[in-house]
Design a protein around this ligand. Structure first.
Ligand SMILES: NC(=O)c1ccc[n+]([C@@H]2O[C@H](COP(=O)([O-])OP(=O)(O)OC[C@H]3O[C@@H](n4cnc5c(N)ncnc54)[C@H](OP(=O)(O)O)[C@@H]3O)[C@@H](O)[C@H]2O)c1
Length: 259
């Protein structure tokens, strides 16, 4: 299928590794010129060079923290009028909500809710004026299946999807769609860090926990980042203009409900 996005421009944060990188690569394979943002310059530059070499599109790299105003300014200076925006960054570390301070909550809101909203605020009107826009937020299944050890994610990410539910209905008539991708367990650095944080002295080892999580999924495995990248590319395609305001699980069937 020709996705109809060759020559378009995409701005992707959190795109040097894992799910964000897979999205950048999938879009680049469809001929989209990509600007990718992440904090660690060396990894970012390697990823940028890899995407450019394998796809031939223009790749711009921006080393910065998307949760800060400075990072967002740098990203938007490099790609002021994207056709496609992917909002992605870190997730929170697991913990007990009793230990979180107000500052922890504000940092979680900055990362998982307010940074994506600021990026949408800066780009959505231009997309509407030009008559094409695809915005995706990488969120988490935690907004549909609360994760007991991830209170910060359950709370802050729900704020983002609630906001998107309203905005998405105001932009789609101008061919600007906004959707949230809700990953289940994917084999990535973040997933490994999450499982490492669940290891307790005298408890199960990392390897045991890692295997158990895969065995507990109906697919009996972790998702592959390339699978999420392909979904992202379709949702950013010209064919996906009637899909908006959706919270789209990609989780091997781990969400137990019918609806
Ligand atoms: N993997 C899963 O199973 C899973 C499941 C549910 C939800 N999620 C969520 O999906 C998102 C991506 O997960 P992942 O597994 O792809 O993580 P990952 O492999 O750790 O990759 C995260 C990417 O985001 C970049 N990044 C992190 N914080 C950033 C910031 N403040 N500004 C700019 N770039 C930033 C990282 O590069 P730098 O470190 O160099 O900045 C890296 O490129 C996370 O929010 C995670 O919680 C993942």
């Amino acid at each position: 299928m020709d996705l109809g996005i060759r020559g378009k421009t995409a701005l992707l944060s959190g795109a040097s590794r894992g799910l964000g990188k897979a999205c950048a690569l999938a879009l680049a394979q469809e001929g989209v010129n990509v600007t990718i943002v992440a904090r660690k310059r060396d990894v970012l530059e390697r990823t940028g060079a890899e995407i450019a070499a394998t796809t031939g599109v223009n790749v711009t790299t921006v080393a910065g923290d998307i949760t800060t105003q400075e990072g967002r300014r740098a990203a938007l200076a490099a790609c002021p009028a994207p056709d496609i925006l992917l909002n992605n960054a870190d997730g929170p570390v697991p913990g007990d909500f009793r230990d979180y301070t107000r500052d922890d909550w504000i940092a979680a809101l900055d990362m998982m809710m307010l940074a994506p909203i600021e990026m949408m605020r800066a780009t959505v009107d231009g997309m509407m004026a030009r008559g094409y826009g695809r915005i995706l937020n990488i969120v988490s299944r935690s907004v549909k299946i609360p994760q007991l050890e991830l209170a910060l994610s359950n709370g802050a990410r729900s704020g983002l999807v609630g906001f998107v539910g309203g905005l998405a209905r105001q932009t789609v008539a101008r061919n600007v769609t906004i959707n949230n991708l809700l990953p289940g367990i994917f084999d990535s650095d973040a997933q490994k860090a999450h499982v490492r944080a669940l290891v307790t002295p005298g408890g199960k080892s990392f390897e045991e926990l890692w295997r158990e999580r895969a065995a507990g999924n109906p697919a009996r495995r972790y998702g592959r980042p390339t699978e999420l990248g392909a979904y992202c590319a379709f949702l950013c395609s010209e064919h996906a203009g009637f899909i908006t305001g959706q919270n789209l699980l990609i989780d091997g069937g781990s969400y137990p409900g019918t609806y």
